[in-house]
Design a protein around this ligand. Structure first.
Ligand code: HSE
Length: 417
C-alpha cells in the first residue's frame, strides 16, 4: 500500500501559493483521515531567485527545468498552475505519457484541448482532473460526475466569472466606475494577469464549454457560442435595470432545445428576486435544471487563491486515494463526445436604452405592436424599456425601426423568474 504521494507543481503564482498553504494546513487531517502523506517534491519556476523567499518559508525544492519533474519516477501527480496554452499543453501531454496523473486549473486549455488530453490520459491509464478550472471553490464538476450521473440535465446557467460579477456588483452597489471596479478586482487577485478574457466574456465561455461537456454531453467550440462581455455596461444601465426591478449579471447559459443546444455568455437583466441576484462580488453560482433532481443551485467563491487551491487539493486527494486503493484511473469526462448541434436564440424579453428619442415612445411602440413590460422616457430624450418576448427576427426588425427615431445605446436580454 502506497502511503507517500509525491506531487510536483508547475508554477508558483497565486493559486500555487494557495495550494502550498492549504496543503500545510490540511496535512495532519489528510494523514488522519486517509493515512496518506502528500508532499510537494518539486516546484517549477521561471526564476529561482525571485521565489527564493517562498521556497525557504515553505521548504520547497525549486527547479527551472521541467525535465527534472517529468523524468523523476518518484513524482506521482503533476499539478499544472502556469496557465496559458503552449507550454502547459506540451508538459501535461508529456506528464500523462510518462504515466503521471495530472491536475490542472487551466480552463482555456481544458476547454480547447480537454478531449485530446483526456484521450491521452485514458490511453496511459492515468487521470486528468480539472475541478478548479470552473467556478473556483465550488465542487461543480465532481457533482456533475457523481450526483448527476444518472440524471438528465436539460439546462445549465451560471455566474462563472468572479471578476465581472465583482465589477458589476461594485458599480451597482458602491458606485465605482468601470475602471475603479476593474482595478479593485485586480488588486484582490480575482482577475487574470491580462483581464481581457474576464471582462470580454471568454473566461466564462471556456468554463461554459467545460460544463456543457460534463452536463449536456456535447462538445462545443468557442466559435459555437455567442459571447458578449460587460465592457459596455454603464451606470445608466444599472440605474434603469434597478428601477425596473432587475439586476445586471454576467451570465453563461446553455440549454437543450429541439435536439440542439443554445449556448451564450452575456450580461442579462435578472429579476431582483432571482437566486442569482444574491450571488454578489466574486461569488459564483451554478443553476442546474434536470429531469430527476429538478432545480439545483450551487453557490460559492468563484475566484481567489485559497478557494481555487482547495479545488486543486480535492483533485489531488481523489487521485491519491484512488492510487492507494489500486483502482483504475478515471476521467472527468468522455473523450469522444458528439459536437453540439447548435440552435439559435429563442423567444426573449429585451432591455433597450435609447438616446436622442424625440417622439413619444409609448405611441411608437404601440404602432410596432410591441407591448413594453416597463418603460421610462426622460425629458432629456433618454428612454429605456423592456419589450415583450421577441424572436431574433423581431428584435432585429425593432432595432431597425428604433434607429430611425433614436440612437440605440444598449440591448440586453432579460430573464424572468
Ligand atoms: N479570473 C477568473 C474569475 C478566476 O474572475 O473568475 C477564476 O477562474
Amino acid at each position: 500500500m502506497k502511503k507517500q504521494v509525491n506531487i510536483a507543481v508547475l508554477g508558483l503564482g497565486v493559486v500555487a501559493n494557495g495550494l502550498v498553504k492549504n496543503l500545510i494546513t490540511a496535512e495532519e487531517k489528510i494523514k488522519q483521515q486517509t493515512g496518506l502523506s502528500i508532499s510537494i517534491a518539486k516546484v517549477l519556476v521561471r526564476s529561482k531567485e525571485k521565489k527564493q523567499g517562498l521556497a525557504q518559508k515553505y521548504q520547497l525544492t525549486l527547479t527551472t527545468e521541467v525535465e527534472d519533474i517529468l523524468a523523476d519516477p518518484t513524482i506521482d501527480i503533476v499539478v499544472e498552475l502556469i496557465g496559458g496554452i503552449d507550454s502547459a499543453k506540451e508538459w501535461i501531454t508529456l506528464a500523462l505519457q510518462r504515466k503521471k496523473h495530472v491536475v490542472t486549473a487551466n480552463k482555456d486549455l481544458i476547454a480547447r484541448f480537454g478531449n485530446e488530453l483526456t484521450a491521452i490520459a485514458k490511453a496511459n491509464d492515468v487521470s486528468l482532473f480539472y475541478e478548479a478550472s470552473v467556478a473556483g471553490g465550488i465542487p461543480i464538476l465532481r457533482n456533475l460526475n457523481t450526483s448527476f450521473m444518472t440524471d438528465e440535465i436539460t439546462a445549465i446557467q451560471g455566474i462563472l466569472n468572479g471578476t465581472s460579477n465583482f465589477m458589476l456588483t461594485q458599480m451597482n452597489e458602491a458606485g465605482l466606475t468601470y475602471g475603479e471596479a476593474l482595478e479593485s478586482a485586480q488588486v484582490s487577485g480575482f482577475a487574470e494577469s491580462d483581464p481581457t478574457n474576464d471582462v470580454d466574456g471568454w473566461d466564462a465561455a471556456y468554463k461554459l464549454i467545460i460544463l456543457v461537456r460534463l452536463a449536456l454531453n456535447q462538445d462545443l467550440a468557442l466559435d459555437d457560442l455567442s459571447v458578449k462581455g460587460i465592457g459596455e455596461i454603464t451606470q445608466v444601465d444599472n440605474f434603469y435595470a434597478h428601477d425596473f426591478g432587475y439586476q445586471i449579471k454576467p451570465l453563461a447559459h446553455a440549454q437543450l432545445i429541439d435536439e440542439g443546444i443554445y449556448a451564450a455568455v452575456e450580461p442579462v437583466l435578472i429579476p431582483q428576486t432571482h437566486p442569482f441576484a444574491f450571488v454578489k462580488n466574486e461569488m459564483n453560482g451554478v443553476f442546474i435544471e434536470s429531469n430527476v433532481i429538478g432545480n439545483s443551485l450551487l453557490y460559492g467563491p468563484g475566484a481567489g487563491a485559497s478557494p481555487t487551491a482547495e479545488s486543486v487539493l480535492a483533485d489531488i486527494l481523489t487521485i491519491a486515494k484512488n492510487m492507494n486503493n489500486k483502482q483504475q484511473a478515471f476521467q472527468m469526462s468522455s473523450s469522444n463526445l458528439p459536437s453540439g448541434k447548435l440552435h439559435k436564440e429563442g423567444l426573449t424579453n429585451y432591455y433597450f436604452l435609447l438616446t436622442d428619442c424625440a417622439i413619444d415612445l409609448t405611441v411608437f411602440l404601440e404602432k410596432q405592436h410591441i407591448r413594453p413590460i416597463s418603460l421610462k422616457q426622460q425629458e432629456n430624450k433618454e428612454a429605456a424599456f423592456i419589450s415583450n418576448k421577441l424572436t431574433v427576427e423581431q428584435k432585429h426588425d425593432l432595432i431597425d425601426k428604433l434607429q430611425e427615431i433614436s440612437h440605440v445605446k444598449q440591448i440586453l436580454s432579460v430573464w424572468e423568474d
